[in-house]
Design a protein around this ligand. Structure first.
Ligand code: X5A
Ligand code: ZN
Length: 675
């Protein structure tokens, strides 16, 4: 551990000015210019993400150097990870600040503040261990007071800057943690309730900032009992905590973390607990709670800012938590929160005791705040069996306050589960490493969309019209006018037959190009639309040696069904979708999709290619068994029909992908390489 990497001991990276407006980003202030490549590619402005880390907070430690999970290295490893990844250099690094007593007293008693204030002084030396032993899960030493003041003050500072708009978001890498600390009591490794102090400060001390409603999300594996109590009757704070509960046996034991605890008086309905019944929850369970509780409620609540009690002790590998959330899982949970408050999110570290896990998870989160491309990863496909009943119970208990929770979850959805006793191995570390080829090809096994699956499929069109997908085309549909025939109807140059178009004739919302690691080839002897010659297919399996240009159209899932029908010569008037939300979910889970009605046609295989901006990317091609038939020669591989090739080349050229020559060479190459 190199202590000089701490900003408090390295003047070059310390930015102590309290005025952000005249402050450069940390990268610029140390003479280097760091570019956010992802933001640049997307033509976006780099988001200002604030970070606070201060080595002084490491001085809070066990009195005699005994081992303890809540150890100083926790924040050091996070800070080091952010530096090594080159991420802290792209953030605004702020100096830490001590909390003011009057701010602490917004949520704590004067006695409690005084106790923490004086606990580290010489005079208290002999009494410290005794006081600590009378508290629940607390140790104290000579560095505790200062660390506690810095932890609370730093969260206040980041929250203030984000609320003011000087920062877009931020992460206070602090210890001791805060969410167990109650009004008059330190407990659970927590001295001051850092997040609660910050929330109360914004609401009560800074009306000028216009923060009227705060969402506090607590994803620490333990229940945020302190925070819950501090805003129990306060409708300005919506407190959401997801935690291990096991019927009140998990720390902090008792009923406080029960889902029946919804707040009181004016605060009734503004407290939401999601209490797990068993201890091995992972990404799928957490995301189910997000999709079916937190996100719909947050949409209704419409907060002005989000404070995140970001403990990472539900992370895979945590010695206290036992859960299995991956860095990818954390990044998806955070990404989903970015939809609100223009991304004004203040993260404050709470628990998290596996040094490697908390460093990786923190990095993944800061990358989300910076709006970098979401890291690759995969998770178990479905929540545990015991998860749906918990989610349903929470929805039922709270639907009187939040109408979006009122619908029963569909049986289709809640049948997607993993039997409880099975212990799964979650994603390996390597799955979260950067893809050396820069190709997004790994298939996420996890639904990160909030799909409300309706029980009655009376109007599948209306339901699927609400869901956007990217249709990735690699054949003649790359030429926009030709693709539009499938939407608007008609017959362009080269087509031997007119298309009927989709029911919903609205044009694609966006068109982008991307390269995918799937082999493009041409096969068959004749098609009704193009005449003699082969048409394009792509191997459903990814292979990093292959690169295929695809033109992505953002259309609705309803339109995608109509395109699928036309590709496979089916009528559009079916009373059920051939590719519905359940199919989308299966596609995501790599289960081969062969809708009954199209199983004999050529483009019946819908393949999941990943996600782009949270929207699934789908393509349609032949089945794997058809690829085998092409390989064996049972079905001929043929160069493309003339008119067809012309259309492809036009698409590639007009799409700005290639020059005429390059497009020809690209097609020739795909047509001549042996399968
Ligand atoms: C902040 C936090 C855990 C306390 C566990 C006590 N506290 N056994 O994670
Ligand atoms: Zn915890």
């Amino acid at each position: 551990m190199d202590p000089s990497s701490s900003p408090s001991s390295d003047n070059k990276t310390v930015v102590t000015s309290s005025h952000l407006s005249d402050m450069a980003t940390a990268g610029q202030s140390s003479g280097k210019y760091y570019e956010n490549l992802d933001a640049e590619v997307a033509g976006k402005i780099q988001r200002k993400v604030g970070l606070i880390y201060d080595e002084t907070m490491c001085k809070h430690d066990t009195p005699d150097g005994e081992d303890h999970p809540e150890c100083p290295d926790r924040i050091r490893v996070i800070w080091e990870k952010l530096q090594l990844a080159g991420v802290s250099q792209r953030c605004v690094v702020l100096g830490s600040s001590k909390a003011e007593d009057k701010h602490l007293q917004l949520v704590h008693t004067k006695d409690h503040v005084n106790l923490v204030k004086t606990i580290s002084t010489k005079q208290k030396d002999y009494r410290r261990n005794k006081i600590a032993s009378q508290l629940n899960s607390i140790y104290l030493n000579g560095g505790s007071s200062e660390a506690a003041y810095l932890a609370a003050g730093s969260v206040v500072k980041v929250a203030e800057k984000v609320a003011e708009g000087e920062l877009d978001s931020g992460f206070a890498i602090v210890r001791p943690p805060g969410h167990h600390a109650e009004t008059d009591e330190a407990m659970g490794f927590c001295l001051f309730n850092n997040v609660a102090v910050a929330a109360s400060y914004l609401l009560n001390e800074r009306p000028d900032l216009g923060v009227k409603k705060i969402l506090i999300v607590d994803w620490d594996v333990h229940h945020g009992n302190g925070t819950q109590k501090m805003f129990w009757k306060d409708p300005r704070v919506l407190f959401f905590s997801v935690h291990r509960h096991e019927y009140g046996s998990f720390y902090p034991s008792g009923d406080d973390g029960d889902y029946n605890m919804v707040g009181e008086g004016p605060g009734e309905g503004f407290n939401i607990n999601v209490p797990w019944d068993q201890g091995r929850c992972g990404d799928a369970d957490y995301l189910a709670a997000w999709d079916h509780i937190l996100i719909p409620v947050a949409r209704e609540f419409n907060p002005d800012i989000i404070l995140l009690s970001a403990g990472f002790d539900a992370a895979i590998g945590d010695p206290l938590g036992g859960c299995r959330v991956t860095p990818y899982g954390y990044s998806v949970m955070l990404k989903k929160l970015m939809e609100f408050t223009h991304g004004k999110i203040v993260m404050a570290l709470e628990g998290g005791y596996n040094l490697d896990s908390i460093a990786k998870s923190s990095l993944a989160c800061v990358q989300v705040l910076l709006e970098d491309k979401i890291i690759q990863g995969s998770s178990e496909a479905y929540p545990f069996e015991s998860t749906w009943p918990v989610i349903q119970a929470v929805r039922k208990r709270l639907c009187a306050y939040w109408p979006s929770l009122a619908d029963e979850l569909s049986w289709k959805l809640i049948n997607q589960k993993i039997p409880n006793p099975i212990i799964l191995i979650s994603s390996s570390d390597s799955e979260t490493e950067d893809d050396p080829h820069g190709l997004v090809y790994q298939i996420s096994k996890l639904s990160i969309e909030n799909h409300q699956v309706d029980t009655a499929s009376t109007s599948w069109r209306a339901d699927l019209a609400k869901v956007d997908i990217w249709y990735a085309s690699f054949g003649s549909n790359m030429w926009k006018p030709r693709f539009l025939c499938y939407i608007q109807g008609g017959q362009v140059d080269g087509l031997k037959k007119a298309c009927v178009g989709s029911m919903d004739k609205s044009p694609p919302k966006e068109i982008v190009w991307e390269t995918f690691p799937h082999r493009l080839f041409f096969g068959r002897e004749y098609t009704a639309r193009w005449g003699v010659g082969g048409v394009a297919f792509t191997n459903p399996l990814a292979n990093l040696n292959d690169q295929t240009q695809m033109c992505l159209y953002r259309i609705t899932l309803e339109q995608f069904n109509d395109v699928l029908c036309q590709e496979n010569a089916l009528n559009l008037d079916s009373d059920s979708a051939i590719f519905d939300l359940a199919a989308l979910q299966s596609a995501e889970n790599q289960i081969s999709i062969l809708p009954e009605a199209v199983s004999n046609s050529w483009y019946a295989n819908v393949v999941w290619l990943g996600k782009k901006g949270d929207i699934p990317i789908l393509t349609m091609t032949c089945t794997l068994s058809a690829v085998e038939k092409f390989k064996s020669g049972e079905v001929p591989v043929r160069p493309p029909a003339k008119a067809y090739a012309k259309t492809l080349i036009r698409g590639l050229v007009e799409g700005g992908r290639f020059s005429e020559e390059e497009a020809e060479a690209y097609i020739d190459n795909a047509a001549s390489k042996p399968l």
